[in-house]
Design a protein around this ligand. Sequence first.
Ligand SMILES: Cc1cc2nc3c(=O)[nH]c(=O)nc-3n(C[C@H](O)[C@H](O)[C@H](O)COP(=O)(O)OP(=O)(O)OC[C@H]3O[C@@H](n4cnc5c(N)ncnc54)[C@H](O)[C@@H]3O)c2cc1C
Length: 385
Amino acid sequence: MTPIFDVIIVGAGSVGVPLSMVLSMRNIRVLVIERGHSIGQGQNKTAIGGIRATHSVPAKIKTSQISLNIFSTWQADYGEDIHWQKGGYCFPAYTSETESNLKGLLKVQKSYGLNIDWLGSKELKNIVPGINTDGLLGGTFSPDDGTASPLMSINAFYNMARKYGAIFKFNERIEKIIMRNGCIYGVKTNKQEYAAPVLANCAGAYARELGKLAEINVPVFPESHEAGVTEPVQPFFKAMVVDLRKTLGVENFYFYQNSGGHIIFCLTPENTISGTNTISTSEFLPIAAQRLAGTVPRLRNVKIRRIWRGLYPMTPDGMPIIDRVREIKGLYMAVGMCGQGFMLGPGAAMILADMIMQSPPSLEPKLLESFSLYRSFESAFEKLK
Ligand SMILES: Cc1cc2nc3c(=O)[nH]c(=O)nc-3n(C[C@H](O)[C@H](O)[C@H](O)COP(=O)(O)OP(=O)(O)OC[C@H]3O[C@@H](n4cnc5c(N)ncnc54)[C@H](O)[C@@H]3O)c2cc1C
C-alpha cells in the first residue's frame, strides 16, 4: 500500500527541516524525503552560522526577524543548546562610499524595527578589539543579530519535528512527481511511491532539477563559496564582521569567533564561480589568510585548521522564492535562499507553512511579493547579499 501523508517535503536541509517542524507542530502529517544519508548533508553543513536581520530589503528583514526569534529563544524554550551567540553584526566602513551606502540603508532598516546604529571607529574597536583601524571611518552595528551552529540547530529542529510525528526517509531520491488532473498526487523515489496532496520543494541548490519533474521553471542556479575555521584562541570578540572592501579576487570577507574560540571565515569571490563543484580551490586559502590577518592583525599567527567549499542556491535577483505554484494545485516551494538559507530557514518555514495551511500570513502580503515565483527577477540585487 502507498503510504499517505498530508505534506511531502523534498530536502532535509536548512529550510526543509524547520518546515517539517513547523508543520508537524500544527498537527500536519509530514514526510521528508532526503537523498543524503542524514539531515543537513546538503548546504546546511557548509554554512558558517551567521544569522542577521540586517538586510536591505524589508521582506528579508522581516523573515530573518522571525528566524532570529526562534534561534535566540530556542535554549530558553526547549533547553537544547544550539550555540546561539548574540554577538551582533558589524559592517566596518573603510571608504566614504561604503559609509554613505551603509548610512543610506539605516532608515529602512530602522523603520522595520531593526536595532542598528552607526558607530565611530573607537566604538567599533571595542566591539572588535584589534580590528585594523587604518582608514577605518566607523561602521554599523546591530547587536541583536548573532550566530548559531548549523549542525546543532538542524538537529534541534529535527528532534522537535520527530517528536511531533514527522517521518524522515534518507538515501531516497525523488525521481518522479505524480500528478492527476493538474493536482499533486504524490512522488516516486528510487525506492517506492508516497501519496500526499501537497509537495514542498526545499531542494536547495537542486531546486531547478526538481522543478523540471513538474515542468515548472525554478530559477535557482548554484554558485560556490568557500569558508574556513582556525584553531581555537582565547575568545575576544563575538560579532560577525562583514568587511566590504574589494581586494584582488575578493568581493567581501566576513568572519566571527564562535563560543569555542574558533574564528570562522568566508569570502565572496570577485568572480562568481557557477556550478556544483565543491572541491576547495588553490586560491582560497592564501587569499583568505591574508585578508584575515589584514583585517585583525593580531590573528596573523593563528593556524587555519580546515577549509571547505559549498554552494549558494542563487536566484537572479538575490531574493528567495517562497510561493505556491499557480499551475499545479498542491505544489509549493521555499528555495533560492542564496547565501542566507540558514538564517532565513525557520522564517521561510513559517511563511510557507502559513501558505500551505491557508493560515493568517506571518508576513504582510505586500512583502510576500518580493518572494514570488512570478516576479520579474530583474530588480537590483539585494545590497547586503
Ligand atoms: C561557505 C558557505 C557559508 C555560508 N554561510 C552562511 C551563513 O553564515 N548564514 C546563512 O544563513 N547561510 C549561509 N550559507 C548559505 C546556506 O548554507 C544555504 O543558503 C542553505 O543551506 C540553503 O538551504 P536549503 O534548505 O535551500 O538547501 P540545503 O540545506 O542544501 O537542503 C536541500 C536538501 O535537498 C536535498 N535534495 C535535493 N534534491 C533532492 C531530490 N531530488 N531528492 C531528495 N533530496 C533532494 C539535498 O540533498 C539537500 O540536503 C553559506 C553557504 C556557504 C557555501
